[in-house]
Design a protein around this ligand. Structure first.
Ligand SMILES: Nc1ncnc2c1ncn2[C@@H]1O[C@H](COP(=O)(O)OP(=O)(O)OP(=O)(O)O)[C@@H](O)[C@H]1O
Ligand SMILES: [Mg+2]
Length: 443
């Protein structure tokens, strides 16, 4: 099976590659600083073939997991942006993708071995943070669990607070850099435990559109968490490193490929030119406000439009909770909505429990697609702009689906219609950026 895939990948063209996907978790609305959290999404078993219309073939599928590693010392020509090769290790190397919903890390020991890095048994660490009574910041699943009792001490998506300076949790102001640092500290701890020793090199990714100030907050958080000096790499560049490493492309020197990264809170479209030694980034277009949370928000608004009139006072309490119990109900609603959205990538319909109304609301995939369409259209438009800016060709040789929200079947359908190429999916679109960051040359 593996050989067959490799044969297909090596022998085929970009357009011949294909794949499927899995699932993840998501976040509630940013904007509320302290309460109303979100929850995590349990990893779901794999694949569901993306929804196809009669004329739209399913996305192509690539294998997931770390790419094969050339022997230390092997050389390849280096393109301007960086080749898809692993550099000889000069100490243990940790790569971290600090995401809006999930933080993912990849680890390589000093002798070049890939070391599995899991958080509570899962490859995704929810980026959520909870302030305990003593001021200590808990993260990940623990934070999500504790948020059930004190939602006002909970921030589900610190990445979306990056410009805020500080966040109010449980009546106390916490610098955003401390929230990010708490998440990174957990990654550092797990990495050191897995290595049974220190980490020497760290690569940290950030959205392509982040300017200096945001990158400085990220670097300061890494420093505060006790990580060694970090190399910062744009998320789409890391994703491209992974994808080019897996595909080992060199196809047509003039062909361009698109990395479509639709995550929990941000979207990046990146246009690459493939070269024999790797790739060159031709253009990137980012949307800082387009992610899974925005699809969740559209679904909550849809439910509100249908139910608020039945009991305006109850809807008001769900929308603007003022007591711990109401904040819990609100969290429950947002969690349920996110789970329902993810399930609708695999099923035609599901229900969302509406707290306070004690009603189960039926939601169909068609409804979700209608609600998600404005956000998806923006991502397609941004992809088109990136292509226009980066290459004269309007038809890319490949479109790669990255980020948990790219599992929404309509995303692949719209991309296929727009660019006349069947998008290529990976088994685990949430881990692509971290895997690719591990291929970056450490500082
Ligand atoms: N099966 C699915 N269908 C639809 N959406 C999904 C599915 N699985 C996961 N998601 C969504 O993917 C998002 C999380 O993806 P990911 O982990 O790639 O984001 P992130 O890296 O944390 O965010 P960002 O890159 O924007 O900072 C969530 O909004 C989640 O609900
Ligand atoms: Mg991401």
């Amino acid at each position: 099976m593996v050989s067959l895939l490799l044969a297909l990948l090596i022998g085929g063209t970009w357009g011949a590659l294909r794949w499927a996907r899995r699932s993840v978790r998501k976040e509630p609305p940013a904007g509320t600083r302290s309460s109303a959290g979100n929850s995590r999404a349990p990893l779901r078993p794999p694949p569901v073939s993306p929804p196809q219309s009669a004329t739209v073939p399913p996305p192509t599928r690539l294998p997931s997991g770390p790419p094969s590693v050339p022997p230390p010392g092997s050389t390849r020509p280096r393109p301007p942006t960086g080749p898809a090769v692993v550099h000889p290790p000069s100490g243990a190397h940790l790569a971290i993708d600090f995401g809006t919903s999930n933080t993912v890390a990849a680890l390589r020991s000093a002798d070049g071995r890939r070391v599995p890095l899991l958080f509570d048994g899962l490859p995704l660490l929810p980026s959520a943070v909870f302030a305990a009574d003593d001021g200590h910041l808990m993260v990940g699943n623990d934070a999500m669990h504790l948020a059930r009792t004190s939602p006002d001490r909970y921030e589900p998506a610190p990445k979306r607070c990056i410009d805020d300076g500080s966040v109010l949790l449980g009546g106390r102001d916490y610098p955003v850099v401390d929230l990010v640092s708490a998440v990174l500290s957990r990654v550092r701890d797990e990495a050191q435990r897995a290595l049974d020793g220190p980490v020497h090199n760290v690569t940290l990714t950030h959205p392509a559109a982040w300017a200096v100030h945001r990158r400085e907050v990220l670097a300061a958080a890494a420093s505060r968490s006790g990580l060694p000096t970090v190399t910062l790499v744009p998320e789409p560049v890391a994703a491209a490193r992974f994808l080019t490493s897996v595909t080992r492309t060199p196809i047509d020197e003039h062909a361009v490929a698109v990395v479509y990264d639709f995550g929990g809170g941000t979207f990046d479209a990146t246009v690459l030119r493939m070269t024999a030694g790797g790739f060159t980034v031709l253009a990137t277009e980012g949307l800082p406000d387009a992610g899974g949370v925005d699809v969740d928000a559209a679904l909550v608004a849809h439910i509100g439009a249908a139910y608020a009139a039945r009991d305006p006072e109850a809807w008001q309490r769900l929308t603007y909770p003022s007591t711990p119990a109401e904040r819990r109900e609100r969290r429950t609603l947002w969690d349920d909505v996110r789970h329902a959205k993810e399930m609708l990538s695999r099923a035609a319909s599901t229900t969302v429990h509406l707290p306070l109304f004690e009603h189960d609301v039926l939601i169909t995939r068609d409804q979700l697609e209608m609600l998600a369409r404005p956000v998806l259209d923006r991502t397609v438009t941004a992809t088109r702009s990136a292509l226009a800016a980066g290459a004269a060709a309007s038809t890319p040789a490949a479109v790669y689906l990255v980020g948990g929200s790219s599992r929404i079947p309509l995303a692949a359908t719209l991309l296929h219609r727009a660019f006349a190429v069947a998008p290529t999916a990976v088994d685990s679109p949430e881990t692509v950026v971290a895997e690719g960051a591990l291929l970056a040359k450490p500082a």
